[in-house]
Design a protein around this ligand. Structure first.
Ligand code: NAP
Length: 282
């Protein structure tokens, strides 16, 4: 990965932190993208202790905020003239329905709309740096997710787990759609199911019960390092060269549900999403 420039969002914690570390160990230049610089510095210190003379940088971006994404993308472009790997890793789940400054339900904003907006902003650079890769962190929980086209914002009904599952299904479907659109561009777009991993996910959801539950399950979970293995593989492995529009689990391509592969639904979702974001296309 020497000479390759990689972005990992949400890299101050869990899977993202270990993904950043592993890519640095492979000699890539890594930009750790975090929403909180103090937490980011702690994670950077951890990586600096593990690797001698790493090519690594810390930058700030809140993926739930369009203006923050735009500001980050423009700062990134003023520092770097290429981008080979974008790992859309940041993710969150919220116990209570919250809205972002842009008027979107927050889980949808972090887990679905944020990766789309960030990828869109950085697409010209990904194209000019091709071959390049976008890696979207989905979740096996997508299997029980739904595409509720007339209530993507969960205005009618909100359940944190359902909204999270739905957002991950939407991201998986968007991954497939974008891969089709980018055929021939040299930009590969793939999804990753990392497994059940002991991280901070769910602990900050606002639900004490959920936090306790996650704590109790820790012995059955993968470590963050193990959880990062498939992301790192999809971001860096030669074996993945030329593969796009795939979903990976345990470093292997997996077949996903019929709903996720429904081309008509993918198209409807694409149109609805562009409408929501007020953008023509990308
Ligand atoms: N853990 C699992 O079992 C599991 C399973 C399937 C999929 N995943 C997915 O894996 C990815 C990584 O999650 P994790 O398990 O490593 O959880 P984590 O330890 O909670 O890490 C999530 C990261 O995302 C960041 N983040 C949250 N909201 C953000 C925002 N608005 N802007 C920028 N960054 C934001 C967090 O930053 P803060 O520290 O500032 O909150 C944190 O760095 C997520 O997409 C998650 O959905 C996890």
């Amino acid at each position: 990965m020497k000479g390759k420039i990689c972005i990992v969002t949400g890299s101050n914690s869990g899977i993202g932190k270990e993904t950043a570390l592993a890519l640095v160990e492979l000699n890539a230049t890594v930009v750790m993208v975090v929403r909180n610089l103090e937490r980011g510095h702690n994670a950077l210190d951890y990586i600096l202790q593990e690797v001698e003379d790493p090519h690594i940088e810390l930058m700030q971006c809140d993926v739930a905020s369009r203006s923050s994404i735009e500001k980050f993308a423009s700062e990134f472009e003023s520092k770097f003239d290429s981008l080979h790997v974008l790992v859309n890793n940041a993710g969150a789940v919220f116990n209570k329905r919250q809205m972002t400054e842009d008027g979107f339900e927050r889980t949808l904003a972090v887990d679905y709309l944020g990766p789309i907006l960030l990828t869109r902003e950085l697409l010209p650079l990904l194209k000019s740096s091709a071959p390049s890769r976008v890696v979207n962190l989905c979740s096996g929980l997508y299997k029980s997710g739904q595409v509720i086209l007339d209530d993507l914002q969960s205005e009618k009904k909100y359940s944190s787990q359902k909204v999270y599952r739905n957002a991950k299904l939407l991201l998986l479907m968007h991954t497939y759609s974008l891969a089709k659109k980018l055929e021939g561009s040299g930009v590969a777009v793939n999804a990753v199911l990392p497994g059940f991993v002991a991280t901070n996910l769910g602990k900050n959801s606002g639900s004490r019960m959920q936090g306790l539950m996650f704590g109790m399950m820790k012995p059955f979970q993968l470590t963050p390092k193990e959880g990062a293995e498939t992301s790192v593989y999809v971001a860096s492995s030669k074996e993945v060269d030329g593969l796009s529009g795939k979903c990976f689990s345990k470093k292997e391509v997996v077949t996903t549900t019929d709903i996720s592969n429904d081309g008509h639904l993918q198209q409807q979702l694409w149109i609805k999403t562009m409408e929501m974001l007020g953008i023509n296309d990308y």
